[in-house]
Design a binder for this molecule. Structure first.
Ligand SMILES: [Zn+2]
Length: 315
């Protein structure tokens, strides 16, 4: 009996009552989004899955840790997109001993995609007509491209398997050539929660650096785990039925994109199939994004369509 009481007391002192804590990422219409952040309790402190883009998002993570009186012991990045990794730097400044886990896909991106966006951003920043608010945002983004050590992992996730992070065992999955060259997602068997980053994005699959077929394969791997709740990279937590509906919407969009159907029909198809996940305010945003991905990823040259299905190398 005494042992049981002690066990209960120690549990009450360290653990949170909720299986996870979600800090939702904003999807503003006038600037880049923040990815969702999910915080898990671990014996050595908090595990933070994705760290957002804007300073307000990073601050919400730091405020939560402070309110819980627990350090951030580990960060896991689903992928290198800056709406999921920029806040790594804010967390590192507050918790210098934090361990950061991610795939090594950032390296190829730095030599290609991010190198190009750095050049474009430097050009906009050099223009005195750039408004101060835009300037602040761009400077925050470009700073981590100039100093990649601020967001770079110190533990590379190179394969799927059980890992112990901050003292907590988790099933860590690596999906290769999906939304990026290496997407990391987690499955927590105790709470039957899948935390999948941008392999699922409520409003529209963000295909900027996507390999459509690799992504489809990753969705099959997610479907194979017995999760009850799935947390996407952007948008609200999903049930299994929600995920199945989203997966069908994804498959239909890719199939339509590769067919001879008019672009408008593919976009309308996405809006219909994914209607449940799209806020009315975001309808136009989704139309624009879907058209862009059709043109750049699904209806571009065969070489371009395969660009992100192999390791990124400087051209
Ligand atoms: Zn994202």
């Amino acid at each position: 009996m005494r042992l049981l009481v002690l066990a209960l007391l120690s549990f009450a002192a360290s653990a949170s009552a909720e299986p996870y804590h979600l800090i939702p990422g904003a999807v503003p219409l006038d600037s880049g989004p923040d990815g969702n952040t999910i915080v898990l309790d671990a014996p050595q402190g908090l595990i933070v899955f994705d760290t957002g883009r804007h300073p307000e998002h990073a601050q919400a993570i730091l405020d939560y840790a402070k309110a819980r009186s627990r350090p951030v012991a580990a960060v896991v990045n689903s992928h290198w997109h800056l709406d999921h990794t920029t806040g790594n730097w804010d967390i590192r400044k507050a918790y210098p001993r934090v361990q950061v886990y991610a795939s090594n896909a950032l390296e190829g991106a730095l030599a290609t995609f991010l190198k190009k966006s750095r050049a474009e951003t430097d050009k906009i920043l050099a223009d005195p007509k750039t408004p101060p608010a835009v300037r602040d945002q761009l400077e925050r983004g470009v700073a981590v491209i100039h100093h990649p050590e601020r967001i770079r992992p110190n533990h590379i996730v190179a394969k799927s398997g059980r890992m112990t992070i901050a003292g907590r065992p988790l099933d860590v999955h690596l999906a290769k050539f999906a939304a990026t060259e290496g997407d990391v997602w987690l499955y927590d068997a105790n709470t039957r929660t899948a935390i999948v980053g941008d392999l699922v994005v409520g409003l529209v699959p963000f295909m900027d650096t996507a390999c459509a077929d690799g992504w489809s394969k990753a969705l099959g791997q997610i479907a194979a785990v017995p999760f009850k709740t799935l947390i996407p990279g952007h948008g609200d937590p999903m049930t299994r039925a929600d995920f199945a509906a989203w997966r069908t919407a994804y498959d239909n969009f890719i199939a339509c994109g590769r067919s001879a159907a008019p672009e408008k029909q593919c976009i309308a198809g996405w809006q219909r199939d994914a209607a449940k996940f799209i806020e009315p305010d975001h309808k136009d945003y989704v139309n624009g994004a879907a058209a862009y991905y059709l043109e750049t990823r699904l209806r571009s040259s065969p070489e371009e369509q395969q660009r992100y299905c192999k390791p990124l190398k400087p051209s």
